[in-house]
Design a protein. Sequence first.
Length: 357
Amino acid sequence: MGLRNRSKCPALAIPILFVMTTAPELFISVVIPTYGREAVLCSTLKNVLEQTYPTFEVIVVDQTHTHEPATVEFLDSIKTHPKVALYTVDWASLPAARNYAIERSHGDIIVFLDDDVELPPGFLAAHARNYQTRSVGAVAGRVFDRMKLAESQSAKQIETLPPEAMDPGIAWYYIDLVHTVNPQQVLTARGCNMSFRRDVFADHGLRFDERFQGSAVREESDFCLRFRQTGLKIWYDPEANLIHLGEETGGCHDMSTRSLKYQLTFYHNHFLMALKNLTPWQLLRLSGRLFDCHVLGNPPCNKSGSPVKIVSRFFFYALGFLKACWTLITTFASKGRVYSLPMQTMPPAIPAKAVTG
């Protein structure tokens, strides 16, 4: 019957072929931890809710003690939105907020964003399409930093990252997720624009390490290094891009890079990542690069070469290493969970729905 109809009316073949080639839309959970952000949080949430991708939820983990009246009014207005789940917690930790959201998510894919970003309308769709390849377990998106937007959109382009960008001992000085223009496998993602398959959390049991302090610098790098045990790839897609606004107030961190607390947590977090994941040789090379760049101030850090400054930076370098060792010793039984306890089983995923146009 179908063949006879096609011979009499060829135009009918077009919708038949279209239906046959459609694939289910994967359900996406968008996770946004927030702390101390006001108008920019509201604009970020509006931006997410304007995405063209049809099947997603937004999970906001709010660690702010008191919001401005305008922010309160906006958050109250979206509490009843069918796509939004808003949680309030009484601690402040970026990796803990990620874990808290993971264990309340329903998505086949979990996308992690900062609370101060701007997204193009097809952002979620760009992440989702990479998961049609089964070997891809995570997607690293391209990040345009607002303060360096002119630089990131300059003529400089990287087609393929160098081999050193896949070496855990030195990769952090070669990975460039701003100027790289071709899709490719990478070692890590940036925390403000990354996504993972649900299996990574539900089946492999991975969580973010809540022992990363302050700005939680390197918490996503630590997670991506542990992600390797899944046997899946982290795939960089430059079309899954956003603008990171880099607000100077709010966020789960201390923005002043000159503060004593920042200096200590910076080295603590780097050494914590290294001690957990690297071989002795990789640890030695990372320590050497940290010393050369951040202590001595050589390129690409380009810091002051004043002997007083160098001695001061070395003090925090050494103290950060000792503190990281102490953290591992004193929290050995915690398995990286400090704030978001008790650990919970993830709820069932929402079944994918076929979208036929």
